[in-house]
Design a protein around this ligand. Structure first.
Ligand SMILES: C[S@@+](CC[C@H](N)C(=O)[O-])C[C@H]1O[C@@H](n2cnc3c(N)ncnc32)[C@H](O)[C@@H]1O
Length: 242
């Protein structure tokens, strides 16, 4: 009789996934740099979900600010994998005074910054590197760290290391917000060899969060799949330091 695998036993290395993180990044870099710098590229060809995505995330931010009764600040945000600034401009800039941005591609960080020429204070630092190589100051700076469709570029162990690094940069009551594709619990993870993106299950996200010293304070299913049925299920996890 087969035995239910413990989460930590589920192999994270997938067919077509390069073992070496640098090799994976080279493929990811090539994938994005050979495509137009558009929302369509950021959304895998489903540009029609942009407005609903922003609206849903905006409602979520409003509700967590309200629930926090003023404890969650709105001065500094860090966005991982900012791409062409789709979320930076249309969501985060409406809620935070200053945003630090990160992306693997320098062009993307530049394009994102260029969206704020009339508000130069909005974008503070740009970190052009893999999320796995981020070097952040360890003083608490961020109220919110936003990671949308980017954490699948790291394997599980590297993601735990990243979250541990992020933990010390969060202010008291600060939150990490993850919006990502998610396979159903117990279902095989998915992997896209074209850009080396790994789609985890909710169980795997919980396990990674706990290993890094976070607790999942909110887990919301996105409505975007109701707009485009071919999309994978999308979930939003809000993590607070344990
Ligand atoms: C699917 S796009 C999402 C962009 C943006 N979050 C959005 O929702 O519009 C993924 C982004 O992650 C960036 N990326 C890929 N690998 C990365 C890595 N290892 N570290 C940081 N950014 C990465 C890509 O360059 C791309 O901009």
């Amino acid at each position: 009789m087969s035995k239910k695998k413990e989460i930590s036993e589920i192999p994270e290395r997938m067919e077509g996934e390069r073992e070496d993180a640098n090799e994976r990044q080279t493929i990811t870099h090539g994938y994005y740099s050979s495509r137009p710098k558009t929302f369509d590229t950021m959304l895998g060809g489903y540009t029609q979900v942009h407005d609903a995505d922003i609206q849903e995330s905006s409602q979520l931010l409003q509700s967590i600010f309200k629930q926090s009764n003023g404890k969650l600040g709105s001065s500094n945000c860090l966005e991982l994998g900012c791409g062409v600034g789709r979320v930076t401009k249309h969501l985060l800039s409406r809620y935070f005074d200053h945003i630090d941005i990160n992306d693997l591609l320098e062009d993307y960080c530049q394009q994102t910054r260029s969206l704020f020429e009339d508000d130069e204070e909005k974008i503070d630092q740009s970190f052009v590197c893999s999320i796995g190589a981020l070097e952040l100051n360890s003083f608490p700076k961020y109220d919110v760290i936003w990671a949308q469709w980017v954490l699948g570029y790291l394997d599980g162990d590297d993601l735990v290391k990243l979250l541990r690094k992020l933990k010390v940069t969060l202010k008291k009551n600060g939150l990490v917000i993850i919006k990502d594709n998610c396979v159903a619990n117990g279902q095989e993870p998915e992997f896209d060899p074209d850009d080396q993106y790994y789609v985890r299950s909710g169980e795997q996200f919980y396990d990674i969060a706990h290993r890094a010293g976070f607790t999942v304070v909110k887990d919301q299913r996105s409505k975007l799949k109701q707009i485009v049925r071919e999309l994978l299920p999308i979930r939003i996890f809000i993590l607070a330091v344990k």
